[in-house]
Design a binder for this molecule. Structure first.
Ligand code: SAM
Ligand code: SF4
Length: 328
């Protein structure tokens, strides 16, 4: 049992660290087409500052860390941060969420630095759609090479995250699921979350119940428990599939009752909940010379202020910040 728990007795052992708000893609569900105001270089935590926060959090009970963004691989020297975090005894799992564009270049260096596994966002297997969804002209093959590079250096399990959108990519559900059978992919289908300022619409939302119906053509999904993560996905397997099919339901079945996480933004704010605006600033106290104990008290303050649940189904959205600013 972790040493850290919130006001609702949920154990908190997982920290998601956003290392940048910058990204080389403009995914339609994530980034406003006009872009966002980016943080200045001085506002972004240095790797040393991230390390100091992670160490204090680990001393309180955090044992799992995920690096995210923005796109974490656009920040220079990321393997160095992984290497620093690996040196914190209490942290036993370091993972990365990436769009995969730069992954084939860095996979083996990341593995050597101590990264254990990766989640790669991939919403389509078609080049034309890839360009449409990501607002970029990168070749989709670059992401596929990133997947292969990660598998070849055993950054495993490699999980693929697909945000499902009606009329955009929902006709590819079965093609992705087929990859769990033919190629042993671990695919997770994610319900579209309604962030402010992005170009997706509520009519594009596909509930997991509908996703599952569409997959019936491939056979019966058997529940399985691969215990390969810290998150809320529910996992299944098609008969004879080596890979798994997971579903993440932030909207239709919120999983707040089992929430175990905190989020650190690139500019040093600790967010108790992705969907709420509350945050505790750690950067200014850190730069002002806060003591290790003072830093821990601030982390505990964020944990104590974790809300019981988000209000997406009731139409409540966070006021400020896109997911790239908060850290996805
Ligand atoms: N750039 C990296 C990537 O794309 O994997 C990491 C950051 S991204 C914000 C983290 C995750 O958030 C991705 O898996 C992405 O699919 C998911 N995400 C972003 N906006 C979303 C939305 N509106 N609904 C559901 N998932 C979303
Ligand atoms: Fe960038 Fe990831 Fe957001 Fe796409 S989902 S715009 S890759 S941060």
């Amino acid at each position: 049992m972790t040493g850290l728990s919130d006001s609702f007795q949920r154990p908190i052992n997982y920290l998601r660290i956003s290392v940048t708000d910058r990204c080389n893609l403009r995914c339609m569900y994530c980034m406003p087409a006009e872009g966002v105001k980016l943080l200045s270089h001085q506002d972004v935590l240095t790797y040393e500052e991230i390390y100091t926060i992670a160490r204090a959090a680990a001393e309180l009970g955090i044992s799992k860390v995920r690096i995210t963004g923005g796109e974490p691989l656009v920040r220079l020297g990321l393997p160095e941060l992984i290497w620093m975090l690996r040196g914190i005894d209490a942290i036993d799992d370091i993972s990365l969420t990436t769009n995969g564009i730069l992954l084939s270049r860095y996979a083996s260096e990341l593995k050597r630095a101590g990264l254990r596994r990766v989640n790669i966002s991939l919403d389509t297997l078609r080049q034309d759609r890839f360009e449409f969804i990501t607002g970029s002209d990168y070749p989709l093959s670059q992401v596929l090479q990133g997947i292969e590079a990660s598998r070849s250096v055993s950054l495993s399990p490699v999980k693929l995250n697909m945000v499902v959108m009606a009329g955009i990519n929902d006709d590819e559900l079965a093609s992705f699921a087929q990859k769990t059978i033919d190629e042993g992919w671990h695919v997770r289908f994610i319900e579209l979350m309604p962030f402010r300022g992005v170009s997706t619409k509520s009519s594009q939302f596909v509930p997991v119940s509908q996703m599952r119906k569409r997959l019936e053509v491939l056979g019966k999904l058997e529940p399985c428990n691969p215990s390969i993560g810290n998150g809320p996905a529910k996992y299944f397997r098609f008969p004879k599939a080596k890979g798994t099919t997971g579903f993440i339901t932030p909207v239709s079945e919120h999983f707040c009752f089992q929430c175990n996480r905190l989020r650190l933004t690139a500019d040093g704010k600790l967010r108790p909940c992705l969907m709420a605006d509350d945050e505790v600033d750690l950067k200014e106290p850190l730069r002002g010379g806060v003591s290790p104990l003072g830093l821990k008290r601030l982390i505990e303050e964020a944990v104590t202020s974790k809300p019981l649940r988000h209000g997406l189904r009731e139409g409540r959205k966070p006021r400020a910040g896109t997911i790239t600013q908060v850290g996805g």
